[in-house]
Design a protein around this ligand. Structure first.
Ligand SMILES: Nc1ncnc2c1ncn2[C@@H]1O[C@H](COP(=O)(O)OP(=O)(O)OP(=O)(O)O)[C@@H](O)[C@H]1O
Ligand SMILES: [Mg+2]
Length: 239
């Protein structure tokens, strides 16, 4: 029996951001039933992978599709801290690295949430070099098992440019959504990320343009007000 998560930070997004994520959700639902394990990737750090992964998982689950969000950024995981996630039963929180390296049971690591169809597999302990864990059969078998139990397995991962983790994870996924920070990520870097995904054998499902600029610049879009919470303290723009 999985434990329920207590999520301390539940930011309300403006309607327009909800709408942008909703469009992304609808596009994802057109991919077909074979596309289940989806990695949210970017070329460089800080382009909004974790934000998009969390928002897409949430909307998909709210739409009634059984979905799990796996925090597979084992080097610099932020999910637990940013959303202040703990267990409802007050016990110690376990996550992906516990499952992979300490032989913890999966049901002790997966958390249910207030969203009936939305579960989380957080990461609690960051580790310096997760390569061995990512290459283990326990990891690939985990993803296959989750893909049988959930309609969508969304994976939040480290950026492509820094370490090879995402290539390994991508090789095990059915596809990737490449997050691009509007007006910031250089085209040449986007091209080399696409080539990297190809080499990893991970189909590119689409590109999510994040933080499209205010004032109808190159990508149009609108400005949306800022939020008081720690994580959402930045200014939001349509995605
Ligand atoms: N559409 C957006 N509008 C405003 N701020 C955003 C948006 N998307 C993400 N952010 C903010 O930008 C910062 C980086 O986002 P996020 O953590 O999702 O990026 P990341 O690609 O996961 O970074 P990392 O590579 O470090 O894992 C966060 O503070 C987040 O709140
Ligand atoms: Mg991240």
């Amino acid at each position: 029996m999985n434990t329920k998560a207590v999520i301390g930070v539940n930011p309300q997004m403006p309607y327009s951001i909800e709408e942008a994520i909703n469009r992304l959700r609808i596009n994802v639902s057109f991919f077909g039933t074979d596309i289940r394990k989806i990695m949210i990737i970017s070329s460089e750090p800080n382009e909004g992978k974790s934000f998009i992964a969390m928002s897409l998982w949430r909307q998909m689950a709210l739409a009634g599709e059984r979905s799990i969000l796996v925090d597979a950024d084992m080097r610099k995981s932020v999910m637990v801290e940013n959303y202040q996630i703990s267990r409802e039963d007050g016990k110690e929180l376990w996550g992906l690295t516990h499952y992979l390296s300490d032989n913890k049971k999966l049901e002790d690591c997966i958390l249910t949430t207030d969203i009936e169809c939305g579960d989380l597999l957080p990461n609690v302990n960051n580790i310096i070099n997760p390569s061995m864990l990512l290459e283990s059969s326990r990891f690939s078998e985990l993803l296959d098992k989750l893909a049988q139990e959930y309609r969508y397995v969304f994976l939040d991962v480290p950026p492509l440019g820094l370490v090879s983790d995402a290539e390994r994870i991508g090789n095990l996924c059915d596809g990737a959504i490449l997050t691009v920070r509007s007006g910031v990520t250089p085209k040449s870097i986007i091209h080399s990320s696409i080539a990297q995904l190809e080499r990893a054998g991970c189909p590119l499902l689409g590109i999510a343009l994040n933080r499209a600029n205010a004032g109808g610049g190159k990508y149009g879009g609108k400005y949306y007000g800022h939020y008081g919470s720690k994580y959402y303290s930045d200014k939001y723009y349509a995605n």
